[in-house]
Design a protein around this ligand. Structure first.
Ligand code: CO8
Length: 261
């Protein structure tokens, strides 16, 4: 059904992980309109599927994604880019996904590839991962949040360094800087990501989505508003069956059985 991505699921039927693999391997998963359309459709379909609790977005060993497809945009005029909104119309799709999306990154995550990884909820990196915003070498700047999400993740000094020099950051530096949450050997990448995703699937869906929404709010609001937002969500979770189950299970020293409501 898709030509530029592969989709599959893992885990027990009741709570599965939706896995999306970018699949333009020869082009190092360069991101074009078709791929972004297909990625958006697949994410939305998994998000709407009640049996899916978490998603993983990954690429090939050599490249998560080496950026937007340079061949597709090389001849663009300003009007082409502006009037069609270039490829941005598909790019922010991932932000509307309410269930967690983990980026499992091996190899190059450059330009739009780095931006796509940063739009996911957290990044688990293989030890061969390389992150960068090399757009400056092409006479442009990042166009899908690289100048905005990267400084929020790694601070101004490193973000400026990367955006202005176009240099790459390896996995060790990326973890030290806060861009990625974990680094694992390449052959353990999918096991690690799947382990995290299955753990998330085992928690109550409502509290998982509320936690994602609340953490994301930290990047959109001031502290007082963010704390108030968190408090209202916290309070509202006392209306869920999963809160009753989770606390009862703890008090009775048993494993909770969440109903995701
Ligand atoms: N676009 C198109 N094709 C690409 C891209 C790309 N971004 N990256 C690699 N390829 C292709 C190469 O052209 C090559 O094709 P072919 O075999 O037909 O010649 C194939 O993939 C393999 O690449 P290399 O031979 O170059 O492989 P190397 O191992 O020698 O080098 C690199 C790997 C270092 C990753 C190198 O390919 C490279 O520098 N790629 C370009 C990286 C880059 O500049 N990325 C930023 C692109 S601009 C961008 O992402 C803007 C984002 C805007 C977001 C959207 C806003 C709306």
């Amino acid at each position: 059904m898709y030509e530029t991505i592969l989709t599959r699921t893992e885990g027990p039927d009741s709570r599965r992980v939706g896995i999306i693999t970018l699949n333009r391997v020869k082009q190092l998963n360069a991101l074009n309109d078709q791929l972004m359309d297909e990625l958006g459709s697949a994410l939305k379909a998994f998000d709407a599927d009640a049996s899916i609790g978490c998603m993983i977005l990954t690429g090939s060993e050599k490249a998560f994604a080496a950026g937007a497809d340079i061949g597709a945009m090389a001849g663009y005029s300003f009007a082409d880019a502006y009037n069609q909104d270039f490829i941005t119309r598909n790019w922010e799709q991932i932000r509307s996904i309410r269930k967690p999306v983990i980026a499992a990154v091996s190899g190059f995550a450059l330009g739009g590839g780095c931006e796509l990884a940063m739009m996911c909820d957290f990044i688990i990196a293989a030890d061969n991962a390389k992150f960068g915003q090399p757009e400056i070498k092409l006479g442009i700047i990042p166009g899908a949040g690289g100048t905005q999400r990267l400084p929020r993740a790694v601070g101004k000094a490193k973000a400026m360094d990367m955006a202005l020099t176009g240099r790459m950051m390896d996995a060790v530096e990326a973890e030290r800087s806060g861009l990625v949450s974990r680094v694992v050997p390449l052959d353990k990448l999918m096991d690690e990501a799947l382990g995290a995703a299955l753990m998330i699937c085992g928690h109550g869906q409502t509290s998982v989505m509320a936690a994602k929404e609340s953490v994301n709010r930290a990047f959109e609001s001031g502290l007082s508003d963010g704390v108030m937002f968190e408090r209202r969500l916290f309070q509202s979770l006392f209306a869920t069956a999963d809160q009753k189950e989770g606390m009862d299970a703890f008090l009775n020293k048993r494993k909770p059985v969440f109903v995701h409501r």
